[in-house]
Design a protein around this ligand. Structure first.
Ligand code: HEC
Ligand code: HEC
Length: 262
């Protein structure tokens, strides 16, 4: 099944506490932007408090469960999270309820938020049981781990890390994410709804994938457990002989960040 972001989102919202989540930005925008007056009830002015607006949707400590639509933030590479906050703020990704919260924030503040969530080490729950037929899962595993040389399609693992836990500072891991979220993000790249910093290497990858490929890869990824060491790798696996490196614009943006590769 292929889901577009809107339908995945509304399905998820309908089954949850819609009012609370929709109102969260309104309450919490004030928290993000200002420090409350001194006479207010005890308020700890920590980044954890100030990002309560975010955890209303992304789950406590940004550890969203693997069965819904909200992506996890905890433990993702800081440069990746920072790039995404820029992408939402500057219109390369779209989700209004969230964008209105981050619109007024400076680059420096977005980096502080990204670094905070990146540093949270919280366990991942077990993945939901795969419901897809074995041959679909097998095709997904093949695409992720080997790619398809005949189509000049690099393995996802080549950029997302041998253990698929990402590569610091800018490439995210692909395990521990809901299948609907993976499907809709890949679909959004295909339709041009989601873009990354140019050159957008993910767009080039997704353009070579059929809807069946996307479904297979997302289904296999979502059914894998996250390894005990869920930290992003510090460098990508060596390129297979004869393969050409693909340039991703997101790397340049994240270069100046702590943990960046030289
Ligand atoms: C109203 C719910 C909501 C609120 C509040 C919210 N988010 Fe989000 N966030 C989402 C949804 C939904 C997505 C996925 C959107 C998409 O691309 O389809 C998302 C995506 C993200 C991503 C990209 C994650 C990834 O893996 O690519 C980051 C980073 C993020 N949010 C950070 C934040 C931060 C920081 C805040 C607080 C300032 C926040 N969000 C507040 C719902 C919310
Ligand atoms: C050439 C390197 C490269 C290859 C190959 C690649 N990716 Fe990516 N991928 C990236 C980068 C870089 C990002 C971060 C883009 C951004 O900043 O938004 C990304 C982001 C993603 C995301 C968004 C994750 C999130 O949390 O929102 C998904 C999903 C994804 N890739 C899936 C895949 C799949 C599936 C494959 C294999 C079919 C693949 N990628 C192959 C470099 C690559």
């Amino acid at each position: 099944m292929f889901l577009n972001p809107q339908s995945a989102l509304s399905a998820s919202l309908a089954s949850r506490t819609v009012a609370l989540r929709a109102l969260a930005p309104v309450f919490a925008a004030a928290m993000l932007c200002t420090t409350p007056p001194a006479q207010a009830a005890p308020f700890e002015d920590t980044i954890a408090q100030r990002t309560m607006a975010c955890t209303a949707c992304h789950g406590p400590q940004g550890r969203a469960a693997p069965d819904g639509y909200y992506p996890r933030l905890a433990g993702k590479p800081a440069g990746y999270l920072y790039n995404q906050l820029l992408n939402f703020r500057d219109g390369r990704r779209h989700y209004n309820l969230m964008t209105q919260l981050i619109d007024p924030l400076s680059d420096a503040y977005l980096l502080e938020i990204a670094t905070y969530f990146s540093g949270l080490e919280v366990p991942y729950p077990a993945p939901p049981l795969a419901t897809m037929p074995a041959e679909v899962l097998k095709q997904g595993e093949q695409l992720v781990m080997q790619g398809d040389a005949a189509r000049q399609l690099p393995a996802c693992m080549q950029c997302h890390g041998r253990a698929m836990t990402g590569v610091a500072p800018e490439v995210p891991g692909l395990l521990g994410l809901p299948r609907d979220y993976l499907n809709s993000q890949l679909g959004a790249w295909k339709t041009g709804q989601r873009k990354a910093h140019a050159p957008d290497c993910m767009k080039a990858v997704v353009d070579k994938l059929s809807m069946e490929d996307i479904n297979a890869a997302a289904s296999w990824l979502a059914a894998q457990p996250v390894p005990a060491d869920s930290k992003p790798a510090l460098s990508p696996p060596a390129l297979p002989s004869g393969a050409q490196a693909v340039v991703c614009g997101s790397a340049a943006v994240a270069k100046a960040l702590p943990g960046a590769r030289p």
